[in-house]
Design a protein around this ligand. Structure first.
Ligand code: SF4
Length: 351
């Protein structure tokens, strides 16, 4: 169905039914308790590709550490990454940090309400723009995330919704009087009832307006996108240790885990030769720790940690961007999940 053929009665009836339901049943989530733009901004960055249950654990501690956008703008990147540790997709943390700096530099510390200005902030895409504009500022801007895409495709029984179609439909439904609640009501429907598998149509407040429900095509809307084959790669890691500490290196700013601390990747070279190549003298034979797997969106990484003790008195690391860390001495070093597992596994091996 084309957006302009949706009748005004359908739009108003559906809006009323869904908002009534939202008002009665909305989950009490920490970012719904006020509309402070900084808090909404942080929640939207954290919620990208991360489950609500996970974000809840990080949300309030974030504001204890960075109580305002100014505090975040002034923070050191390592501190920001440390606070983000475990949430994954660290590019979001760096973009959020950069966004805070841009807001401080160009907007006098006030997050802009204008969608065009929001869209220009680092890491703020079309969906995040609509979400922040509508929820924090009551601007009637449409927002389409994965949940809303599914809900709209089912409501209008659309098999293959294009980005353009979704934008137009979302704009057609946007509710000028309560735009933020409307955005959240649609998200909530997608997260709680109109789920990808086994949607609860019998309990759905808008089933009488739902095209896919009427047509019996709910399970097929929207049509599943072709699954990408994610390549698998074995990645050796050099776990060089001495005096109870292990060597980490900061990764290049661009690329996988860009800018984060991680175990060095020696490539084809063994751990002992790698130690020599960075100016350290190996002690004894290398050993191997259990493999650690991690699934990134585009890569299935299988880390093989190769352990080598080194003499830290007779050698010092030549490579730039290196640091030694040990038990209880991680300090502000943020370790991505898989690297943390390797670190814990090394600690365990040390007894
Ligand atoms: S009736 Fe079913 S498919 Fe339609 S919006 Fe409600 S939950 Fe989704």
């Amino acid at each position: 169905m084309q957006p302009d053929s949706i009748s005004a009665d359908t739009v108003s009836g559906l809006r009323r039914a869904l908002l009534d339901h939202y008002d009665r049943t909305a989950r009490d989530l920490p970012w719904r308790r006020d509309t402070d733009p900084y808090r909404i901004l942080v929640s939207e960055f954290m919620l990208q590709q991360t489950r609500v249950e996970t974000v809840i654990r990080y949300y309030e501690p974030w504001f204890e550490r960075f109580p305002s956008i100014e505090a975040l703008a002034q923070a050191d990147e390592d501190e920001v990454l440390k606070a983000w540790e475990g949430l994954g997709y660290y590019r979001r943390a760096r973009n959020l940090h950069r966004t805070a700096q841009v807001v401080a530099e160009r907007h006098e510390g006030t997050i802009p309400s204008d969608p065009a200005e929001l869209r220009a902030l680092p890491g703020v895409g079309e969906y995040t723009t609509g979400a922040i504009a509508s929820i924090a500022f009551d601007v009637p801007a449409p927002a389409v995330d994965g949940n809303i895409r599914r809900v709209l495709a089912r409501l209008l029984d659309e098999e293959k919704p294009t980005a353009r179609w979704l934008r137009d439909v979302a704009a057609r439904f946007v509710f000028r009087h309560r735009p933020g609640d409307w955005t959240q009501a649609l998200m909530e429907l997608g997260a709680t009832l109109c789920t990808p598998k086994a949607p609860a149509c019998n309990a759905c407040p808008v089933s009488s307006w739902c095209g896919a429900y009427a047509a019996g095509t709910v399970e097929d809307r929207p049509a599943p996108s072709k699954k990408r084959v994610v390549p698998s790669r074995v990645i050796p890691l050099a776990v060089l240790h001495g005096a109870g500490e292990v060597l980490l290196q900061r990764r290049p700013a661009e690329g996988l885990l860009g800018g984060l601390w991680a175990f060095p990747e020696p490539g084809e070279v063994g751990a002992s030769d790698f130690a020599v190549s960075v100016g350290l003298e190996p002690i004894g034979e290398p050993s191997i720790l259990p493999e650690v797997e991690h699934r990134f969106t585009h890569l299935h990484a299988r880390y093989v940690p190769m352990v080598q003790e080194v003499d830290r008195i007779r050698g010092s690391v030549k490579a730039e961007g290196s640091r030694w860390v040990g038990r209880g001495r991680l300090g502000d070093t943020a370790l991505p999940v898989a690297q943390r597992k390797v670190f814990d596994s090394w600690l365990k091996s040390m007894g």
